[in-house]
Write a protein that binds this ligand. Structure first.
Ligand SMILES: Cc1ncc(COP(=O)(O)O)c(C=O)c1O
Ligand SMILES: N[C@@H](CCOP(=O)(O)O)C(=O)O
Length: 395
């Protein structure tokens, strides 16, 4: 049995109807009566291997075989940075980002609740995932995007999967506010990370990571922060295993924002309230977010694990993107590379110790944003079509 519980006042809701927040305004999370055990996990590595601690009760899952993403030992990067780095590449999901883990659960739950139309605001990846899972479930999907600020690969995905796309003359935060308002009017069911069911799918990153490391905990998990759902979800996954006695510690949860969109970093540094960025700006368009809705959950994740948050410049994250691609063969989009850029910065500052084992989560695939990849990696060489010209052109 599951229910929804407010993280602020502990009020409980049955979860049998659409609800995103508590009457007090607090964020909700899914709670379970049953405690998981390792023997419950059967089937191939992937989201639904953990169905005993996922909130689907009667409906069948809508699945595109998400999860089961590779974990790489990043040997050359580890040598260069002087710390042991593993990379969990979530860009290897069906629509090429971690959002698929959330959508398989969120869309399945929408079907269970009898929802007829789903929606999201998006910087791109959520829209691609919602559209694909909406198509698979045969449920119409609506997407609100900040105009001209979404990488083309993501827009193409959402259109190809048949979603209705509306571009707004505003930023992501404004899109999300409007989506939430229209949901309150009954227009559709929101599948952004304000939806507690969606985040349940994303917590399986923690479970897979542990299994792939033969149940040896990394000291730290480092990942990008945008709307702050993923860090909250992964922490919840670790916390559930901790309370079940499956693990004895929780890794230090460490989030990285782009400097031009780093309200959470600012709030943590001041130990004060979050002051939204009115005009967030970064080349990592996926995390161009000024008012992360899951900030209270993310603060818990970081605070309760002795983790931290930092920000990196666009130059730093582009450099990390190229290093991941050229040292390790791991192609990620700009936002994902903030994880590695953040590790470098925290090592330089002495926050990360070189004896730590670190798991970086790279959240989206390089092909999501071809323009950014070209900008970061340089240009082609053009020559005449002769053997001599090519010989001369090559180093
Ligand atoms: C590629 C990518 N990485 C990271 C993030 C940040 O994740 P979250 O919003 O859960 O913090 C997003 C979306 O926000 C994303 O699309
Ligand atoms: N990067 C996200 C922004 C929306 O985040 P969500 O997790 O709340 O859906 C995107 O891909 O749109």
């Amino acid at each position: 049995m599951t229910w929804l519980q407010c993280i602020e006042c502990d009020e409980r809701y049955s979860g049998g109807e659409p609800r995103y927040t508590c009457d007090c305004g607090g964020l909700l999370e899914v709670r379970y009566e049953e405690i998981p055990s390792r023997s419950d996990f059967t089937g191939p590595l992937g989201v639904w291997r953990y169905s005993s601690i996922l909130p689907l009760e009667t409906a069948d899952s809508v699945t595109l075989h998400e999860g089961g993403t590779p974990l790489y030992d990043a040997g050359k990067l580890s040598d260069e940075l002087g710390v042991d780095i593993h990379v969990k590449h979530e860009g290897m999901n069906p629509t090429c980002s971690f959002k698929d883990r959330g959508m398989t659960v969120g869309v399945s739950k929408a079907i269970e609740l009898g929802i007829e139309r789903v929606a999201c605001a998006s910087t791109g990846n959520t829209s691609a995932a919602l559209s694909a899972y909406g198509a698979a479930a045969d449920i119409p999907a609506v997407v609100l995007l900040p105009q001209d600020k979404v990488a083309m690969g993501k827009v193409a995905q959402a259109l190809m999967h048949g979603a209705e796309l509306v571009e707004l003359d505003g930023n992501f935060d404004e899109c999300l506010r409007i989506v939430r308002d229209l949901a309150d009017e009954g227009f559709f069911y929101v599948l952004n990370s304000i939806n507690p069911y969606r985040l349940e799918g994303q917590k399986t990153i923690a479970f897979e990571l542990l299994e792939q490391l033969n149940w040896e905990l990394p000291d730290r998990v480092v990942l990008p922060i945008g709307n702050a759902g993923n860090i909250s979800a992964i922490y919840k996954g670790f916390r559930e295993f901790y309370h079940a006695g499956i693990i004895e510690e929780i890794p230090m949860m460490t989030g990285v924002q782009a400097e031009g969109a780093s309200p959470l970093v600012g709030a943590l540094q001041k130990s004060g309230p979050l002051e939204p960025f009115e005009s967030p700006e970064t080349k990592a368009t996926a995390i161009r977010i000024g008012d992360p809705v899951n900030a209270p959950k993310a603060r818990e994740a970081i605070g309760e694990t002795g983790g931290t948050a930092t920000s990196v410049t666009d130059e730093e994250l582009m450099d990390a993107q190229v290093k991941l691609a050229q040292y390790e063969g791991i192609g990620v989009e700009p936002a994902s590379a903030t994880s590695v850029a953040g590790v470098r910065k925290l090592l330089d500052e002495g926050v990360i110790d070189s004896t730590e084992t670190i798991a970086c989560v790279t959240t989206g695939h390089v092909l999501k944003d071809p323009d950014a990849a070209l900008e970061a990696s340089g240009d082609t060489v053009k020559t005449d079509a002769t053997r001599e010209a090519v010989r001369n052109a090559l180093n």
